[in-house]
Ligand binder design. Structure first.
Ligand code: ATP
Length: 222
């Protein structure tokens, strides 16, 4: 059985925070592949300050080149309308062979807003989640970094979710599990990077060098 991770986001631009956690999740879960899925039209962010699809896709290509376990999917960029994750999961489900186990990789902050996602309940029927800790989790320890997830998931999704310590996951009799995964939390955000570019500050060592060059050459975020 192969294992693949689906990692969605705006990637505006992709940075070392994204890349580092993707590697750690890939290793931690024995994934064969992580598919980065840039959103064309993110429902929660709007298009303000969003670089063109082609530019975000190109920056991802520059960033992941050389890592054989990483690939980019253009499903959301090719699909008209808003980029809803449930549509992406269903669409990919029709293309990815049944012999591949898929996981949805998501930051803890994004997970804690899942009730605002279209048909979020269906997602828990469709695909297991891997929830990563983020820099703003405040706490360094394994348990406290994820405090709040259990209460949230039981209140918003189903009271039937039970924490299994050995697997570090919330399991359910009928719904898919939600795995918790602590990652190296690099305090990097795309918002901060865009601001730095607009202020003429250096973004070196926050994004791969070819991505920084691309941003400067194309005059993005200026
Ligand atoms: P923005 O600042 O524009 O909101 P972002 O980098 O926080 O950008 P996305 O590009 O949409 O947001 O992030 C895609 C996914 O990566 C989300 O699940 C988010 O939680 C996660 N993520 C973003 N930055 C980090 C980071 N530094 N460490 C771990 N995960 C991250």
């Amino acid at each position: 059985m192969k294992r693949a991770g689906l990692f969605g986001g705006t990637f505006n631009p992709v940075h070392y925070g994204h890349l580092r956690v993707a590697i750690e999740v890939m290793e931690g879960f024995g994934l064969d592949q992580v598919h980065f899925i840039p959103a064309a039209n993110p429902p929660h962010k709007g298009k303000d300050g969003l670089a063109e699809d082609t530019d975000r896709f190109e920056m991802l290509s520059l960033a992941i080149g050389g890592e054989p376990g990483f690939s980019i999917s253009d499903v959301e960029m090719k699909r008209p309308g808003r980029s809803y994750t449930i549509d992406t999961v269903r669409q990919l489900g029709r293309h990815i062979p049944a012999s591949t186990d898929c996981f949805l990789i998501i930051g803890r902050d994004a997970f804690l807003e899942i009730e605002t996602w279209k048909n979020f309940g269906d997602l828990f029927e469709a695909i297991p989640f891997i929830v990563m800790s983020r820099p703003d989790d405040m706490a360094a320890t394994r348990d406290s970094a994820f405090s709040g997830i259990g209460a949230y998931i039981r209140k918003t999704v189903s009271s039937g979710y039970v924490f299994e310590k050995k697997e570090n996951r919330f399991a359910h009799e009928t719904l898919k599990p939600v795995y918790l995964f602590p990652v190296t939390t690099l305090d990097i955000s795309a918002t901060a990077i865009r601001r730095m570019v607009s202020q003429g500050r250096s973004i070196r060592y926050l994004v791969p060098e070819p991505v920084a060059s691309y941003i400067h050459e194309k005059g993005l975020y200026a």
